[in-house]
Design a protein around this ligand. Sequence first.
Ligand code: DAO
Ligand code: DAO
Length: 276
Amino acid sequence: MVSLRLVLSSFPQPSWRRGNAKSSWAMASAIGIAAGVGLSISLQMANSGNSSLFKSSSSPFWASLSLTNAPGGALVEPKTGVEFPATLDGGRRLVGVGLRRKCLFGLKNIDVYAFGVYADEEDVKRIGEKYKNLTVSQLKESKDFQAEIMEQDISMTVRLQIVYSRLSIRSVRNAFEESVGNRLRMFSDGTDTEELLKRFTSLFKDEYKIPRGSTIDLSREPGQVLHAKINGEEIGVIQSKLLCRSIFDLYIGNKPFDQQAKQDVDLHLAELVQSS
Ligand code: DAO
Ligand code: DAO
């Protein structure tokens, strides 16, 4: 029996994500389809807080993560309905989800991918040790803490789930050269950024296919090593602190793709530090 797990995004979601009309539409149509073919639907109320993964903890961090949760701990990006697991590779915790949109020809915005940001719990706690005297609301605003998360050797992953159905490798390469290329130049201390950019974009082989539903994991591993995987298969590894920083800056830097996602990440990292 297939069970569809859906989130009622219209329920109050103060710190995690706000729902919108689109996800309500998606939910309504999913219900319609499921009813038509006789699937069993179990509706998870967004604020029920009954996640089996998190219910054993009473800390504010886990409590707020369970707001949009389904059994097993998965979380849903509300505008696209894309689901992200609560943990990756054991110790990496989901700390925010968001949406990458792109404006085409100055005319219309397309939803390109939903993303989830994951950080290694132990690494974050280690960095957070010296901020223990701050409250969660002070820590989530701390530029020093944010800069350390960005630059220190903290294992992190951003998972991209493609939602745009006509994505070519060529357009990925172009977008990457623009978004990451700008940041490489901005943060460079004199390193040859063009060479670094080419080294990375040469990993995007023309024969790769990334249809809607594909998963891309970009991970910072110990020693500032960037790993890229498509659907779980490694396509390349590059050691570069500058490249790691430039990629994570897209999601949690000063001009992130999704401002709400960055705020969620800042809050949940702060709660993670204070949750022990
Ligand atoms: O249809 O050619 C087109 C326009 C597509 C724009 C896509 C932007 C790509 C953004 C980066 C995706 C990274 C996985
Ligand atoms: O959204 O502008 C952007 C850049 C996102 C980073 C995309 C990295 C893609 C890495 C692997 C692609 C393989 C085809």
